[in-house]
Design a protein around this ligand. Structure first.
Ligand code: NAD
Ligand code: DAU
Length: 350
């Protein structure tokens, strides 16, 4: 039985990856290592928590000794590393936390894998999950390919870029069998409502202002989270050591167009008069260093590994809105307590 460590499995994307692996691979032991920060939530995994091939371990990837002991004890065959501080706005108000988790945490995992696997890397893989934000910002034309140079602008993307460089350095220097993927914006169930789509669904439902940064003209390339999880499965099993794969939805939207679609759909679903939710749109102070446009060229993963997005955005956004409306308890739980404090701080001067 292979034992695979998945870090950050109680978060948004991680929970979808854990669910996929636990259900699809009964002969793998899946160990979910998560610190359970504000973004980590074991309720995201209720449906699989009692599966015999699943185990949760609470712990911090920044804790070097703990990580070292965990690797020595469990002798993992592979690592899929998702744990991170992931929200750009939080990286602007507290950059240091991003250096600890995203950079030092990643280096701790690399060191432990290198130490425990020694020189016997046969059948081993260290898979690092990264973001398209490391490539910086595009103008009107072009897309990010795997050859695009790094040009991060936020403390979040700078910390992810740094961790990507460490992963490549461990491959080049020590021969550690690594692979990296860089994905565009994900959407779907279990996303913490600090991110645009769940935040705005929550606010529309509660008739609260929709804080659009700047003019709402920034462009993001949206991918259904379960498609990202499938891509991670594909790359973990078939991706070539030393390679980088871009993952994206070929699905670009300006923020304002996306928000208007959400408003229209929610008017229908909530039985509101047409145009009512759009009135909640409030233009607020722009995000500092706000990247204008992201767009991923996902040709390589399609041509080399046969992966492509499965779901059209119109269907995906519909399903996503339905999920948040049907899972009020989940949303109420994560928006109680500290969330209110964060929300008031984040939006007070905008
Ligand atoms: P998330 O914030 O929802 O979840 C992060 C998880 O990591 C949480 O469960 C949290 O408890 C855990 N964690 C944080 N610090 C930790 C630490 N020190 N030790 C152990 N666990 C810790 O994030 P997400 O949106 O699911 O993103 C997952 C990964 O995918 C990240 O590496 C992110 O950079 C990357 N990514 C995200 C997106 C996106 O659109 N959300 C797109 C591309 C790449
Ligand atoms: O591109 C991949 C990245 O996508 C991931 O690496 C990050 O972890 C993830 O958080 C996401 O980053 P973004 O900054 O693009 O996502 P966010 O949902 O925070 O914002 C999406 C867009 O919406 C962005 O242009 C900022 C804007 N926005 C966001 C919020 C929270 C607003 O206009 N108002 C808001 O209140």
């Amino acid at each position: 039985m292979k034992t695979i460590l998945i870090t950050g499995g109680a978060g948004f994307i991680g929970s979808h990856v854990i669910r996929l692996f636990v259900n699809k691979y009964p002969d793998y032991k899946i160990v979910n290592l998560d610190k359970l920060t504000y973004a980590g939530n074991l309720n995201n995994l209720k449906d699989i928590e009692n599966m015999p091939n699943y185990e949760f371990v609470k712990g911090d990837i920044v804790d070097e000794k703990f990580i070292q002991e965990l690797f020595e004890e469990r002798q993992f065959d592979g690592v899929i590393h998702l744990a991170a501080e992931s929200h750009v706005d939080r990286s602007i108000s507290n950059p240091t936390e991003f250096v600890f988790t995203n950079v030092i945490g990643t280096v701790n995992l690399l060191n432990s894998a290198k130490h425990v696997w020694k020189d016997n890397f046969d059948g081993k893989k260290f898979y690092h999950i990264s973001t398209d934000e490391v490539y910086g910002s595009l103008g009107d034309e072009g897309m990010f390919t795997e050859e695009t140079g790094y040009d991060p602008h936020s403390p979040y993307s700078a910390s992810k870029a740094s961790s990507d460089h460490f992963v490549r350095a461990y491959l080049d220097t020590f021969g550690l069998p690594t692979v990296i993927s860089n994905c565009s914006n994900n959407y779907g169930s279990f996303q913490f409502p600090e991110k645009l789509i769940p935040l705005f669904i929550h606010n529309i439902k509660n008739n609260k202002p929709l804080p659009v940064y700047g003019k709402g003209e920034n462009i993001r390339d949206w991918l259904w989270v379960a498609d990202h999880a499938r891509a991670i499965d594909t790359i973990y099993h078939d991706g070539k050591i030393g390679e980088t794969y871009n993952i994206g939805g070929f699905n670009e939207w300006t923020n304002i167009a996306l928000i208007k679609v959400m408003c229209q759909k929610m008017d229908e679903k909530l039985g509101r008069e047409k145009g009512k939710s759009e009135k909640l749109i409030t233009y607020v102070k722009d995000r500092a260093g706000h990247d204008l446009r992201y767009a991923i060229d996902a040709t390589k993963i399609k041509n080399e590994l046969g992966w492509e997005p499965s779901l059209q955005f119109e269907e995906g956004i519909e399903k996503t809105i339905d999920w948040y409306l049907e899972n009020e308890e989940w949303l109420d739980n994560v928006t109680s307590g500290d969330y209110q404090k964060y929300y008031n701080e984040q939006y007070k001067e905008r």
